[in-house]
Ligand binder design. Structure first.
Ligand SMILES: [Zn+2]
Length: 312
């Protein structure tokens, strides 16, 4: 058995998993942000409880994996920093001793989700998977030959900071034109607001914006579904940017598949169908062999399962 832990800014979730990553028992408590000793105590308490609940001896647990929402040092199993946890430099290597005398692995939550989806979710049965998460930002992870690729300094896979428009929108990372500035949910909203403010074109989004004070990506997708031309144009442009990023990734890595997760992926086939078409038209291929693009299937469990499956 393995234990996977998802240390989030809101909740701390601990799962007991089979060797293949299947979740057997899962428990959570609110995260004690700013209180590293409290977080450690809760982790250990939940790790014991997920086993106790199922009558599993602690001796049958072979590893513990921890997904964190920020930077970390793999070699010392130390969480370094994340703005939403209000903690710095917390080492977890001895947290579970003496009850669990097993290796404790750490990685960031985006990488853990990629590993989970690759091994047990949309990418199950493949070796090479790129996961792209479309949410408030654009995150992701690279699984190569069944293992997470984290590169030097453990910071590979920053898919959101690949520039797709030289001299484009200013990004928080310091560069301009990053994928994140065009393909996060917030980017779709920015583009819609710009289009509304830049013309007097009739659009149902104006009314939505006036009534609720702001727009969401779902508002834009809903308006598009209802036949709004401006929303359709914004969405099409969004897909163009995303397809550019995905084709770049495919040309470099030629993964077996690309898995799309995050809030925007909830739009399902209405996102994936145009995205597949646009991406396939751009990326290198042998004959007519195009790289499959799929929706993530594990939801919030992806990070938990991936954490449990960490092994280096
Ligand atoms: Zn950036």
């Amino acid at each position: 058995m393995k234990i996977g832990i998802d240390l989030g800014g809101t909740n701390l979730v601990v799962a007991l998993c089979q060797e293949n990553g299947e979740i057997v028992n899962k428990l959570s408590v609110p995260t004690k942000t700013g209180d590293p000793e409290g977080v450690k105590a809760d982790m250990k308490m939940l790790a014991k409880k997920v086993c106790d609940d199922r009558g599993i001896s602690y001796r049958h647990v072979t590893s513990i994996g921890l997904g964190v929402p920020g930077s970390f040092v793999k070699e010392t199993c130390t969480f370094e920093f994340a703005t939403n946890l209000q903690m710095r430099n917390v080492c977890f290597s001895d947290t579970f001793k003496p009850d669990f005398d097993v290796p404790v692995y750490i990685d960031n939550d985006g990488n853990c989700a990629a590993l989970g989806e690759a091994l047990r979710g949309a990418g199950k049965g493949t070796r090479n998977v790129v996961m792209v998460t479309l949410g408030t930002g654009v995150g992701g992870g690279l699984v190569i030959d069944g293992k997470l690729y984290t590169g030097s300094n453990n910071i590979a896979g920053e898919i959101g900071h690949m520039v797709i428009v030289v001299g484009g929108e200013q990004c928080n990372c310091g560069r301009r034109g990053c994928l994140e500035r065009y393909c996060a949910a917030t980017a779709m909203i920015r583009m819609a607001n710009e289009a509304l403010d830049g013309s007097a074109e009739e659009s149902s989004l104006r009314e939505v914006r006036e009534q609720s004070g702001k727009l969401t990506a779902k508002d834009i997708c809903d308006a598009r579904d209802a036949g709004d031309a401006l929303s359709d144009r914004i969405f099409d442009k969004y897909c163009d940017y995303l397809a550019c990023g995905l084709a770049n990734l495919i040309n470099i890595l030629q993964p077996d598949c690309i898995v799309i997760g995050g809030g925007v992926s909830g739009y399902g086939e209405k996102l994936l169908a145009p995205l597949r078409e646009k991406t396939a038209a751009e990326h290198f291929k042998v004959g007519d062999k195009v790289t499959p693009i799929m929706a993530a299937t594990l939801g919030n469990d992806a990070g938990l399962i991936g954490a449990a499956m960490l092994n280096r």
